[in-house]
Design a binder for this molecule. Structure first.
Ligand code: C2E
Ligand code: CA
Ligand code: CA
Ligand code: CA
Length: 275
């Protein structure tokens, strides 16, 4: 029995060793990959429900791995956050998004995700300011998306960073709204420009009246607090009708378009200005 136990232990420790090794490989691959130009930023349009026109797009990073193909951020962002690589990657996405958006019509804005881990940087404000200066991109066309974890534990330092970011002239959106814990108190701590209503509420709109009530309440809250509301993950005409009825101001979802490479997004903008 003892011998068996040792064998089982060896088996598991070997498995753990392999997992650890594959993580280390992935991390090394990421650091090489960014230098080799394997990362790409795709863009998903955000549509005004009033005008039905594209008003902005969200920058979403992808990794074109030479062996594994296109890897989704869900697979590498957590590792990038654990290892601190997110600082390098986040800055790269921001620069790329500003450069890309320079080529779009001046009324189209770009939204970039900021990881809570990036708020541990000593000079996040300086990094963002430098990106704007380097690219000569108008701060008013830039929106940064954060999740409420940035405001967790009443983090006074992060609140200060957010205020200083906002005073650069850019706007701040609260992402995945409604999925966290004490969301409403955050709205008193910081004047967000936009609430992004989490996809989980939109997904159930047709089947669950309580989801509609929640989306409608968030839209009303947004209007009363002078914030835009973007309904995320709209996939069907029925969902579009319901978020419109609920009073949301914008939408982002597969119904209009999935995230697409920059050239494809630019073609969408061209078609829009042609009509
Ligand atoms: P997120 O910020 O909530 O981004 C929206 C995600 O929802 C995107 O997934 C988008 O492709 C997906 N989505 C949009 N519309 C629909 C829809 O109608 N149906 C469904 N099923 N999904 C939809 P993606 O691109 O895989 O990104 C996943 C997450 O990875 C993002 O969630 C964000 O948290 C993170 N992420 C992506 N790019 C970056 C980045 O540059 N920096 C950081 N820090 N995080 C990023
Ligand atoms: Ca986002
Ligand atoms: Ca989101
Ligand atoms: Ca998310």
């Amino acid at each position: 029995a003892k011998a068996d136990g040792t064998a089982v232990y060896r088996f598991f420790s070997q498995q753990m060793e392999e997992q650890l090794q594959s993580r280390r490989n992935l991390e090394a691959d990421m650091r090489h990959g960014i230098r080799l130009g394997q990362f790409e930023v795709h863009y998903q349009p955000q549509i005004s429900l009033k005008t039905r026109r594209i008003v902005a797009s969200e920058a979403l990073v992808r990794w074109r791995h030479p062996q594994r193909g296109l890897i989704s951020p869900a697979e590498f962002i957590p590792l990038a956050e654990e290892t601190g690589f997110i600082d390098t990657l986040g800055e790269w996405v921001l620069l790329q998004a500003c450069r890309d958006a320079l080529g779009w019509p001046g009324n189209i804005r770009v939204c970039v995700n900021l990881s809570p881990v990036q708020f541990r940087q000593t000079d996040l404000v300086g990094t963002v300011k430098a990106a704007l200066a380097t690219t000569k991109f108008d701060a008013r066309r830039l929106e940064l998306e954060i999740t409420e974890s940035v405001l967790l534990q009443d983090n006074a330092a992060n609140l200060d960073v957010l205020s200083r970011l906002r005073s650069l002239g850019l706007t701040i959106a609260l992402d995945d709204f409604g999925t966290g814990y004490s969301s409403l108190s955050y709205l008193q701590r910081f004047p967000f420009d936009k609430l992004k209503i989490d996809r989980s509420f939109v997904r159930d709109l047709e089947s669950r009246p309580d989801s509609f009530a929640i989306v409608q309440s968030i839209a009303t809250l947004g209007r009363n607090l002078n914030m835009l509301t973007t309904a995320e993950g709209v996939e069907t005409q029925a969902q579009l009708d319901l978020i419109t009825k609920a009073g949301c101001s914008e939408t982002q979802g597969y119904y209009f378009s999935p995230p697409v490479p920059e050239a494809e997004f630019r073609a969408m903008l061209d078609r829009q200005s042609g009509t």
